[in-house]
Ligand binder design. Structure first.
Ligand code: OSB
Ligand code: MG
Length: 377
């Protein structure tokens, strides 16, 4: 398909409530929405790089530069057959998985819409609904945390994840465990600890958690292996796993027993499926993580989570948990602790142009031979 046009929009979307993690507080979700046009077909993508390098080194600004100046010139005016062809064209460029994944997603949507196939069927998904949970940010107080958990349990979320950070860990988690007995519960530290904090995780080991997500630094598989060796609770890696190779090595050295797969973090859906396949073959449970995506990115996460190896509930919550007004429809709703996987062609959602216009803070249109394109090539 000849790629005629790439539109980039930096968006800032107000969240229904601030989301606090060990790396900071988000009030408005920043992202880049991408629109590809080819031969009368449009494909949408979302790059989830945020406003500052808290989760990853990438930011909206670095991703903007990467997409505009390095990725776009490799596709504009070119015949790009499908997402695999796109991947080959960009394979020589180092790093920047969030930027690469955002544009790959637009190619998946484009390919699906052109071939009249759903993303779920293109990826090999097998279920119409997927089990989901909710990720709860750090709350101002322990009491408010317990109330927040109660509210989500009442809404029907069958699994709760609590964000933790030093000083807001064991006591918070214990309070939630005491209030909710058998509730399926897990925690996410977003790499806020070191092996010197092992005693905190020893204490956490008795709280019946499904898993402990990314306790240590993202580039520290070796210490994760040491920590895993002393715990009964499975460690789950998020930030550390950027490719199927990392996943294989982490499992080989015992750095984790579960993997959180986020298509964005691993450069896109193709690599996400490769990690799924590797884990499925080894009977390692995986689940689909989230990055507070808009309806565009969450549609893709739902399709991915419909693969058979996604045996744990994903961080894919209902639209109303994130945004009062999303930029895509239909909204995703929770039913019996699950969300339906879109079955329409491509991502199976429609972008709401007015809503997108309202949250756009800057935009650019790149075409073959346009200024930004020439400057970089
Ligand atoms: O570490 O899983 C994470 C959100 C932003 C950045 C990192 C993470 C998260 C979440 C929220 O936990 C998951 C979601 O509901 O999208
Ligand atoms: Mg995480």
């Amino acid at each position: 398909m000849r790629i005629e046009r790439l539109e980039m929009r930096h968006v800032s979307m107000p969240l229904v409530a601030p989301f606090e993690t060990s790396f900071g507080v988000e009030q408005d979700r920043e992202a880049i929405i991408l629109r590809l046009d080819s031969e009368g077909v449009t494909g949408w993508g979302e790059c989830v790089a945020g406003g500052w390098p808290g989760y990853s080194y990438e930011t909206v600004q670095t991703a903007w530069h990467m997409i505009q100046d390095h990725l776009a010139p490799l596709i504009l005016g070119q015949e790009v057959e499908d997402p695999s062809d796109y991947r080959q064209r960009i394979a020589h460029l180092k790093g920047h998985p969030l930027a690469k994944a955002g544009l790959e997603l637009a190619f998946w949507d484009l390919a699906g819409r052109a071939a009249d196939r759903s993303l779920m069927s293109m990826l090999g998904g097998q279920r119409q609904r997927v089990a989901v949970g909710v990720s709860i940010g750090i709350q101002p107080s322990r009491g408010e945390l317990v109330e927040m958990v109660e509210a989500y349990v009442e809404m029907g979320y069958p699994r709760i994840k609590l964000k933790i950070k030093p000083g807001r860990d064991v006591a918070d988690v214990r309070a939630v465990r005491q209030a909710f007995g058998e509730l399926p519960l897990q925690v996410d530290a977003n790499s806020a600890y070191s092996l010197d904090d092992a005693e905190i995780f020893d204490a956490m080991d008795d709280l019946g958690l499904l898993l402990i997500e990314q306790p240590l630094a993202e580039d520290d598989l070796v210490d994760h292996a040491k920590l895993q060796a002393r715990l009964k609770t499975p460690l789950c890696l998020d930030e550390s796993i950027l490719s199927a190779r990392h996943a294989r090595q982490a499992l080989e050295i015992g750095a984790c027993r579960v993997i959180n797969i986020k298509p964005a973090r691993v450069s896109g859906l193709r690599e996400a499926v490769a990690i799924h396949d590797l884990c499925w073959a080894q009977e390692v449970p995986v689940w689909c993580g989230g990055m507070l995506e808009t309806g565009i990115g969450r549609a893709a996460n739902l399709a991915l989570a419909s693969l058979p190896g996604f045996t744990l509930p994903g961080d894919i919550s209902a639209t109303e948990r994130y945004y009062r007004q999303d930029i895509a429809e239909p909204a995703f709703v929770l039913e019996d602790g699950m969300i339906k996987v879109p079955q329409g062609k491509g991502l199976g959602i429609e972008v709401i142009q007015d809503a997108l216009d309202k949250v756009t803070v800057r935009s650019t249109i790149l075409q073959p031979g346009s200024k930004a394109n020439r400057r970089a090539s």
